[in-house]
Design a protein around this ligand. Structure first.
Ligand code: ANZ
Ligand code: ZN
Length: 809
């Protein structure tokens, strides 16, 4: 065995060993319990950053641990390879996006390999490969044929100088990133996938996801935004005006109606009124993002219309208000300023009257500072007086239903998923426009619709729009000249099903039987920034694939871990902040095992990790100490040694007791993914080992330590494991198990008092006599200080518990 820990040479050698053994090739085996461990696939930006290193180390620790528990583990890796950065880089470096992307992939793959991650590279997927996106196109057509896909006009950012659509990221302070021109809103036809058809199921099934963080489930719940309420019909000069409310109990408190600027009634009002027309125009120029609507000043204008209250028959004013969204509910609201904050603010500003109809238990009647928004008992509501919220909800809904003036409705905040992007570097949308036949999908035998790779990007415009060799085609229906769609898919489309494709990456269909062997993913790991979009779209796709008969499960990811950020000096590590640490330099300086160990030890997985150079050095020192301990005790370590308990000294028994106590906690923590405490358990075990004398105890301790470390620092663990002849491959060694015998302690803790005062607690062997214990206590370093210059008058001993020394001058 070498004297020094030569990590560079060692890690190369162990990686070659895994390669030769095909150690991570995942093969379907129905006799074994499967475990699918997945980390979110990276965007191939060029180089790995520390966030990747942390994410992928977590995934690898899980995979190796499960493997050592005897499971059949699949851990794949791939590339989320389409997207805007490739286009920007292409313009900057005069390199085609495909070349740029594939060379980044090659480099980053090397980096991942140098970290020793146990991936089955035979299952590698790059989403920009036509062998991958062919099936995405195929599936989109399936959805189209099922009526789950449709085309509708939708607003985009339009750069009037570059004459192109911009992505949100390309709009900087309202201007085009290249031209500097003021960006305009423009409506163009785009494709949508009907996620709203699955809104209820996506919400309900969150309850099944016991292995997901609550925070993520709450975010998805809010995003889906289910509201149960009533649609109520008001009459405006003989035409119906519907409003949606979640508080029908406040119906008798309505003092005006508010409609969105895009509401048909508003447009009608604008025709005869210049002030209204001007106000509507002004609303269209401001943001309609919900978050902005909540904070921006409430503005409105009165229309000449009056609405008739469905119960009282009273006339109420109709206002146009900037806080009413056309895209939610009916685009119109019944305003109850006494019980709704926004309505109160608006009424206050425009001097509209208030009417209190709810009384709370506190008996609050003060409406001068704001609305009373709590639910309570109805007052000033005629026949409904005295009812509580639930009773009022059903009685009022019943009244409205029987009088044909409303009904119970459920609304969702979530909108259908717009998947068209006016970008080049994405998956072509496989649709064809024909003058005679309209739109039809490309024929299955013509798939994939390949994205041309040999392009030069000059400006922001997609090259597809000026490539007749791409867009000129024939109509699948009538065979006449037709044009292809030149938009590409939102890249969330690719990341919505890659986890399934890994199970059968070369199948000549979207998914084959292997999908149902491996799916669902047992452990998914990635960043919290994907809590909503990616995770919701993937859940949606899984249900779509289920309903297409491609998978049998209903949810894709059984357990989810969202890892914390990597910080430096309290700030997120990022290129833009210039505070990054290059993983490559660290690997060269300390080795992959050190980098892995530090990133697992420095913080619990879900919390942010503060970067520390001394922490990295500490991790490295620990590995060096293990190496030199084993080197200098090499002759005492031999798996052939057998332990004979009756021959062990008390010290050695104590070492075993400590090691197994720590191991017990570590196994518990491993299952909870508290990896940082498992690493400190390794450190404790190593410390205990220093006190072992018996070779069999040392051997046992080293074997436990190496196996516990193997998921974290697989290279050094494998190297020492085979060097010490424990076995060929530590991956097949099984995980250490608890020896209950070792956890029975022959020692007890003796409380030592001097003149009745607690002075020390001493670990004592039960085999000692009272006299021997007294001698040991008197000699104890701490106790002896209290005895200096005094005489011991008496020693009172309570067996196995306490010794009190009575002293005098
Ligand atoms: C009367 C009322 C009285 C309301 C009250 C609330 C409190 P959620 O829970 O988010 O579904 N609303 C309805 N459509 C709207 C739209 N298009 N733009 C802006 N606001 C709209 O919220 C439903 C409530 O939001 C509805 O209930 C309505 O105001 C408002 F004491 O109606 B409520
Ligand atoms: Zn045609």
């Amino acid at each position: 065995m070498q004297q020094t820990y030569d990590f560079t040479q060692l890690e190369k050698q162990i990686q070659a060993f895994w390669q030769d053994n095909q150690s991570f090739k995942a093969v379907k085996d129905t006799n074994k319990e499967k475990f699918y461990s997945l980390s979110m696939l990276p965007y191939p930006s060029g180089t790995l950053h520390m966030g990747h290193v942390r994410n992928y180390t977590l995934g690898d620790v899980v995979s190796r641990y499960q493997r050592m528990l005897g499971k059949n583990v699949l851990q794949p890796m791939g590339w989320d390879a389409f997207g805007l950065p490739a286009e920007n880089a292409a313009i900057k470096h005069q390199k085609a996006p495909a070349d740029w992307t594939y060379s980044n992939i090659a480099y980053m793959k090397k980096q991942l390999q140098s970290l020793g991650f146990g991936y089955d590279w035979d299952r590698e997927v790059a989403t920009c490969d036509d062998s991958y996106y062919k099936w995405e196109q195929w599936f989109f057509i399936e959805l189209y044929n099922k009526g789950l896909v449709y085309r509708k006009n939708s607003v985009v950012n339009w750069d009037p100088v570059d004459q192109t659509v911009l992505a949100n990221e390309q709009v900087v302070d309202g201007r085009g990133w290249r031209s500097g021109a003021l960006v305009e809103k423009k409506e163009i036809p785009q494709w949508f996938v009907k996620i709203t058809d699955y809104a209820d199921e996506l919400l309900q099934d969150l309850d099944k996801l016991k292995g997901w963080p609550d925070a993520v489930k709450i975010m998805q719940t809010n995003w889906i935004g289910k509201s149960e309420g009533t649609t109520i019909t008001f009459d405006v000069n003989g035409t119906k005006l519907d409003v949606f409310t979640t508080r029908p109990d406040t119906l008798m408190g309505v003092t005006y109606l508010a409609i969105a600027a895009e509401h048909p009634l508003a447009l009608q009002a604008s025709k005869e009124n210049a002030a209204i027309a001007k106000f509507i125009k002004q609303c269209q120029q401001t943001s309609t993002m919900e978050a902005d609507l909540a904070t921006q000043e409430k503005l409105g204008i009165k229309t000449p219309f009056y609405a008739t209250h469905p119960i009282t028959g009273d006339k109420v004013e109709v206002w146009i208000a900037n806080f009413v969204l056309m895209s939610y509910g009916t685009g119109a609201v019944m305003s109850v300023p006494a019980h709704d904050e926004r309505d109160w603010e608006f009424a206050h500003k425009y001097n509209i009257s208030l009417k209190q109809v709810i009384e709370t238990t506190e008996g609050n009647t003060d409406l001068s500072k704001g609305a009373i928004t709590e639910k309570g008992t109805l007052i000033n509501s005629g026949q409904f007086d005295g009812l509580d919220f639930d009773a009022a909800f059903s009685k009022i809904a019943e009244y409205l239903t029987t009088n044909n003036k409303g009904e119970i409705t459920t609304n969702f905040r979530i909108r259908d998923w717009g998947v068209s992007r006016q970008r080049y570097w994405g998956c072509p949308i496989p649709m064809i426009h024909c003058e005679n036949c309209g739109i039809s999908p490309e024929k299955e035998e013509n798939l994939p619709v390949k994205l041309p790779q040999d392009v030069t990007l000059t400006g922001a415009t997609s090259p597809l729009k000026v490539m007749p060799e791409f867009y000129e085609t024939t109509c699948p229906q009538c065979g006449s000249k037709a044009t292809r769609e030149t938009d590409t898919f939102d890249t969330f489309m690719e990341s919505s099903w890659y986890y399934a494709r890994y199970t059968c990456p070369t199948a000549d269909k979207m998914l084959d039987d292997e999908a149902n062997y491996w799916l669902p993913v047992d452990q998914y790991i990635g960043g919290i920034e994907h809590a909503i979009m990616h995770l919701l779209y993937a859940r949606f796709f899984h249900k779509l694939m289920r309903d297409a008969g491609l998978v049998t499960s209903s949810e894709p990811f059984t357990n989810l871990l969202t890892q914390g950020m990597v910080l430096k000096d309290g700030a997120k590590m990022s290129k833009s902040k210039g505070n990054t640490v290059d993983p490559q330099a660290l690997i060269e300086q300390y080795g992959a095992d050190t980098v892995r160990l530090f990133s697992m030890f420095a913080a619990p997985p879900e919390q942010s990790l503060e970067w520390s150079d001394s922490g990295v050095e500490g991790a490295h020192r620990f590995l060096k100490k293990i190496w030199s301990y084993i080197h200098s005790n090499h002759d005492k370590i031999d798996p052939k040694y057998t332990l004979s308990l009756d021959k062990l000294s008390n010290d050695d028994k104590k070492v075993r007791f400590e090691i197994y106590s720590v191991l017990k906690q570590a196994l518990f923590d491993f299952d909870k993914m508290q990896f940082n405490t498992v690493v400190s358990a390794c450190m404790k075990i190593f410390n205990s080992l220093q006190n072992a004398q018996n070779s069999a105890v040392i051997t046992e301790g080293v074997s436990i330590l190496l196996r516990l470390l193997a998921p974290f620092t697989p290279h050094i663990a494998q190297s020492l494991w085979s060097e010490l002849h424990f076995g060929d491959d530590i991956l097949n060694a099984g995980f250490p198990q608890i020896d209950d015998q070792a956890l029975i302690s022959d020692n007890f803790t003796l409380v030592v008092q001097v003149n009745g005062k607690l002075r020390a607690k001493i670990d004592v062997s039960s085999e000692l006599t009272a006299k021997e214990i007294e001698a040991m206590v008197i000699a104890d370093e701490v106790v002896s200080k209290f005895l200096e210059g005094k005489t011991i008058k008496k020693a009172i001993y309570v067996p196995k518990k306490l010794m009190n020394l009575v002293i005098g001058a």
